[in-house]
Design a protein around this ligand. Structure first.
Ligand code: SF4
Ligand code: SF4
Length: 316
């Protein structure tokens, strides 16, 4: 796989600084039951990296010290961490709102039969990737049978009350198939809602459209296809300064499976450490201060193109 980091280091992206820290996005490991083409963490069934129980306990201390009340669990498939349920229970006992970045198909894996009910019983918000409402497009990006299994999983979640009850939000995530910007979020959400309801009787709350980041597997594919520079130019030409105050890195910290801290999940993948360049870890038990400089590189233009992009969709 190509290393995109040297192509991103030199940047004229504007300086940005932290606001109050509100969200911890925690990567519980890179193991996944899928290996999607656009995956920015290169997750797959072959990856074995997992957050240990010791790092989980240190992360809980870090959450307490920083008074974080929203925790966004990601991976890989976060549920494949063998201490996933322990961690969720600890977060719940602290009154944290928990988000699970669920790939849907995980609930059909061995030993995950009770997962959907567990998520429901702990009132965990689900954000699930479904990069198209058409079978062919989803399977091309995420693998054979993924669409069929995803639809089956969404029906199970609906049956449990997800996407219907106020305390069980179910959001879907769209990302483009190739090196283009996502379409208008609201228009696409309406299309998804109409199609999934009419064809499969599936309901959900919101659709988040996310711009593909020119890093990891997707970035490497761009290089292979000689499309890297064209895509970077598209992101830069579409720069929208109104997105800057809402960038997710201003209020989020990303924690990797070893407990290292980053300004966002993308920086985690590029091993770009927090603003001052000193490697920080949950072991340091430090409070992340407001006003701290955020570490940037050229991939940041992926967050500011068009209506902006974040793990919660558009920024404006
Ligand atoms: S399901 Fe998510 S984490 Fe797993 S390979 Fe696909 S994009 Fe990556
Ligand atoms: S890539 Fe990360 S650091 Fe850069 S703007 Fe986006 S969220 Fe912020």
């Amino acid at each position: 796989m190509h290393n995109v980091y040297p192509l991103l280091m030199s940047t004229n992206f504007p300086s940005i600084y932290r606001d109050k820290l509100k969200i911890a996005q925690i990567n519980l490991g890179y193991t996944c039951n899928q290996s999607c083409l656009h995956c920015h963490v290169n997750a797959s069934p072959k990856r074995t990296e997992q957050m240990s129980l010791e790092v989980m306990r240190l992360t809980l201390n870090f959450i307490d010290i920083n008074e974080i009340k929203i925790v966004d669990l990601t991976g890989g498939a976060p549920e494949l961490n063998k201490n996933f349920k322990f961690f969720v229970k600890e977060l719940s006992s602290r009154g944290c709102h928990i988000i699970d970045r669920c790939n849907l198909t995980i609930i059909f894996e061995k030993d995950q039969e009770k997962l959907a009910e567990f998520l429901k019983n702990n009132e965990i918000e689900i954000i699930a990737s479904l990069p198209c409402y058409l079978e062919e497009n989803v399977n091309r990006q995420r693998g054979n049978d993924v669409f069929e299994k995803s639809i089956k999983a969404l029906k199970i979640f609906n049956k449990l009350g997800y996407g219907i009850a106020n305390n069980l939000p179910l959001h879907l995530v769209y990302n483009p198939q190739g090196p283009t910007l996502p379409p208008d979020q609201k228009t696409l959400q309406n299309k998804y809602k109409e199609y999934l309801k009419n064809k499969y009787h599936i309901v959900f709350n919101k659709l988040f459209v996310i711009t593909n980041m020119p890093i990891a597997r997707f970035g490497s594919t761009l290089i292979t296809k000689n499309q890297f520079n064209t895509y970077m130019n598209l992101l830069k030409d579409s720069f929208c300064k109104e997105t800057l105050p809402n960038l997710m890195c201003k209020s989020l910290v990303s924690i990797d499976y070893l407990g290292n801290l980053y300004d966002c999940d993308f920086n985690q993948m590029l091993k770009i450490h927090m603003g001052d360049g000193i490697i920080k870890n949950v072991r340091d038990l430090s409070k992340i201060p407001e006003g701290q400089k955020i570490a940037i590189a050229d991939h940041c233009y992926g967050c500011t193109a068009g209506n902006g992009s974040s793990c919660g969709g558009n920024l404006i």
